[in-house]
Design a protein around this ligand. Structure first.
Ligand code: ADP
Ligand code: GN1
Ligand code: MG
Length: 354
């Protein structure tokens, strides 16, 4: 990859001194670019296999960051795109599609919350993000990955992967497959609630891991929501749920030792509190009572996506070793079991905080 050539197409602040791999995302290739002036940028090669319509994707991001920038009035509170020298919001060349963001300085980005307070702060940031976008004209947004959190369709895709078994891996994971199949009745509960009018479509983030929010390094308060590739119409409760899936666990998403992975009620409650505060009372009670369903749905959905990818030969998520996606599935299963075991307490926690 000729990084000099790529960076030379953006109006950066001085000569580039270094360009190095950065972060732990599973989808895009992210680099930290440092200029001689000390000015830093995030350079990303967009995964165009997954995000097939780059122009639509970048149109969404430009619209959302422009809207948030005007609303917050603080450049550190939202991502700032750096257009190319030609004024385009991304660069397409033979090595791929590239975009540049201003690096938001003096922040921390956590792979896992280090305390309930950290997690609470992430929740406030994502809840607030939802509130800020409540009056965004949703019809302007394209669906960057159609049916991204349509769990029944994810389940169909999973069953297809089992049936096709292109790598001959299915026999080794029969028990895991059964775990997903045993919960088939659950997968439509959010869409059913939507059909009944209890769960409206909103503008949502759809990938609310805590490493997709930057905390202010000085006081560790939530500052800036990042990774906007999947901002599209969606449900509030799945935004909540994806955070719980990733953050309300005592172990990493790819922890091999399952004794270290447990659903953590204290973290869950801290997140419920922060999310409700961040939303600022903008969401009705009937919708909020589905937060636990959102948490379990995102966890089992992600589990089936990991297992399907394992069966398909690891074609979607970046993996570091052959069983990586299977290991990831198993942590999600453990979390689902934990949620099922404390279901009433999860519901009660929402009731108490409403
Ligand atoms: P992916 O879609 O692959 O997860 P992200 O957009 O989340 O990629 O970026 C990967 C990581 O890079 C983030 O987790 C964060 O640590 C860092 N990052 C991304 N954008 C910025 C930014 N503008 N300022 C500071 N850090 C950033
Ligand atoms: C991917 O891009 P990243 O690493 O934040 C994925 C999410 C999954 C997550 C699992 C576009 O998120 O849906 O929940 O990995 N993003 C996409 O860690 O598929
Ligand atoms: Mg990310």
């Amino acid at each position: 990859m000729n990084f000099d050539l790529i960076t030379s197409r953006f109006p950066l602040d001085g000569t580039v001194c270094s360009c190095e791999k950065y972060g732990n995302g599973h989808i895009n290739d992210t680099y930290l670019v440092v200029c001689e002036t000390g000015h830093r940028y995030i350079l990303q090669r967009i995964n165009t296999t997954i995000f097939k319509d780059t122009a639509m994707l970048m149109g969404n991001i430009a619209a959302v960051t422009g809207f948030l920038g005007k609303k917050t009035g603080n450049p550190r509170e939202t991502l700032t795109l750096v257009p190319t020298k030609e004024g385009e919001n991304y660069l397409a060349d033979e090595s791929g599609a590239w975009r540049v963001y201003e690096f938001v300085e003096d922040t921390v980005c956590l792979e896992r919350p280090e305390s309930e307070e950290d997690f609470y702060q992430c929740a406030v940031a994502f809840g607030h993000f939802q509130k800020l976008l409540a009056d965004f004209p949703a019809e302007q947004l394209g669906e960057t990955i159609p049916d991204f959190h349509h769990t029944p369709k994810r389940y169909e895709a999973f069953l297809k992967a089992v049936e096709e078994d292109v790598c001959g891996r299915a026999d080794g994971v029969r028990e895991e497959i059964e775990f997903i199949k045993a919960r088939a009745d659950f997968y439509s509960v959010l869409l059913d609630a939507h059909a009944r009018g209890e769960l409206p479509l909103r503008v949502s983030h759809n990938d609310t891991k805590c490493n997709n929010v930057l905390l202010n390094a000085v006081d560790r308060t939530g500052l800036c929501v990042i990774d906007l590739d999947t901002v599209m119409p969606g449900f509030s409760v799945t935004d909540f749920g994806d955070s719980i899936r990733f953050g309300a666990s005592t172990g990493a998403e790819d922890e091999k030792d399952l004794s270290k992975v447990n659903f953590h009620m204290g973290l869950y409650k801290a997140y419920v509190k922060g999310f409700l505060e961040g939303c600022g009372g903008s969401l009705p009670e009937s919708e909020m009572m589905l937060l636990p369903e959102g948490a379990k749905m995102m966890t089992i959905e992600c589990g089936m996506r990991f297992l399907a990818d394992y069966l398909q030969g690891d074609v979607y998520f970046k993996t570091a070793y052959p069983e990586h996606n299977l290991v990831r599935f198993r942590t999600q299963r453990k979390l689902v079991e934990g949620m099922e075991a404390s279901w009433e307490e999860m519901k009660q926690a929402v009731r108490e905080l409403l």
